[in-house]
Design a protein around this ligand. Structure first.
Ligand code: NAD
Ligand code: DAU
Length: 349
């Protein structure tokens, strides 16, 4: 029975990944280590409370005692590190916590795994550390071209710089100690359980409340959207089939401008929910500082080597996503209670 230490599993992608894995495999154990920051929410996992293959541990990946204890207590086969401060706008306001969690936290996990898995020379067979990284480490594209795995790292924001730093530490553990690792770099995910600070759930939530829809700059920045379940499937393939030391880019060839995304959501909610939701709600606001213009992933390596392809077309994925938020209004209410309104005002006033 393989044991997975999943970190940041109470967040958006981590919780989707845990659901995906426990649905697919009944012979694995998942330990979810999460600090439960504002972005972590146990509601995302409540259907697993009775699942004996799932254990939740509240804790910080920067706390080496907690992390080492987990390696003592469990025979961990795979570490899948989702834990991170993940929001670019917050990183512009307060970079320090991004360095702490995203860089120091990664090194603490690497160290603990290395101590548990290596006798000083060789690593036990069958162990692997997977770092969940981002296409933002490559910087920004012009009108043409795609990010490939060998595109030079050129991050711009404090968030993407912290993720690139973490990637370099993972690479250093492979190059120096031959630690078994993979790095995945993926484009913008969307789907259930995404905290409404990110574009898609924020716009859905604001449409439902008939409040302004903030669009940064000219709205023509481009992101390459990937349905979260397709991402989870890719991570599973990298864990099981990825060649050691390799980086895999994961993207759906679903490039859309931000304004297209916003208008698509308005149109769906206008037609299906409330005819008072119209494009009049759009408010062009000050641009993000250092705003990357375009991201676009070339996923040919993971397609050719591992046979992965994204199954969800954007037009279907966005409908599934909006419907999920419509049907899970309680979830949205629970995550937007507390400090959310205060943060929202600070960010958008
Ligand atoms: P998220 O913000 O929704 O979740 C992050 C989780 O990490 C939360 O549950 C939070 O409580 C936890 N966490 C934060 N600091 C921690 C700490 N010090 N110790 C333990 N847990 C901690 O993030 P997400 O969108 O699910 O992203 C997950 C990972 O995927 C991140 O590493 C992110 O960089 C990467 N990524 C995200 C996207 C995307 O579109 N969301 C795309 C590419 C890569
Ligand atoms: O590309 C992968 C990255 O995607 C991940 O590494 C990050 O963790 C994740 O947050 C995401 O980063 P982005 O900055 O691309 O996502 P965000 O949802 O914040 O913004 C998407 C685009 O929409 C971006 O161009 C900024 C714009 N935007 C965002 C918000 C929140 C707006 O125009 N208005 C908004 O209110």
């Amino acid at each position: 029975m393989d044991t997975y230490l999943v970190t940041g599993g109470a967040g958006f992608i981590g919780s989707n990944f845990i659901h995906y894995m426990l649905k697919k495999y009944d012979d694995i154990k998942v330990i979810n280590l999460d600090k439960l920051t504002y972005a972590g929410n146990l509601e995302n996992l409540k259907s697993l409370n009775e699942n004996s293959n799932y254990t939740f541990v509240e804790g910080d990946i920067c706390d080496s005692n907690i992390v080492n204890d987990l390696f003592q207590k469990y025979d961990i086969d795979f570490v899948v590190n989702f834990a991170a401060e993940s929001h670019v706008d917050r990183s512009i306001l307060e970079p320090e916590v991004f360095i702490r969690t995203n860089v120091l936290g990664t090194v603490i996990l690497l160290n603990a795994a290395k101590s548990a898995w290596s006798d000083g020379n060789n690593f036990k067979i069958g162990k692997k550390y997977i770092q969940i990284s981002t296409d933002e480490v490559y910087g920004s594209l012009g009108k043409t071209g795609y990010f490939k795995e060998n595109t030079p790292l050129c991050p711009h924001s404090p968030y993407s710089s912290s993720k690139a730093s973490a990637d370099l530490m993972v690479k250093a553990y492979y190059d120096t100690y031959k630690m078994p690792v993979n790095i995945t770099r993926c484009s913008n995910n969307y789907g259930p359980y995404q905290f409404p600070e990110k574009l898609i759930p924020l716009i859905i939530n604001n449409c439902l409340n008939k409040s302004e829809l903030p669009v940064y700059g000219d709205g023509l920045n481009i992101r390459d959207w990937l349905y979260v379940e397709d991402h989870c499937k890719a991570i599973d393939m990298v864990i099981n089939k990825g060649k050691l030391g390799q980086v895999y880019n994961i993207g759906g060839h679903n490039e859309r401008t931000n304004i297209h995304i916003v208008k698509t959501i308005i149109s769906y909610i206008h037609d299906k929910v409330d005819s008072l939701v119209t494009e009049d709600l759009i408010k062009y606001v000050q641009d993000r500082k250092g705003h990357d213009r375009r991201y676009g992933i070339d996923p040919s390596k993971i397609k050719t080597e591992l046979g992965w392809y994204p199954e969800t077309k954007f037009e279907d994925g966005i409908v599934k996503t909006i419907e999920w938020y419509l049907q899970n209004n309680d979830w949205m209410e629970s995550v937007t209670s507390g400090n959310y309104q205060k943060y929202y005002k600070e960010m958008y006033s």
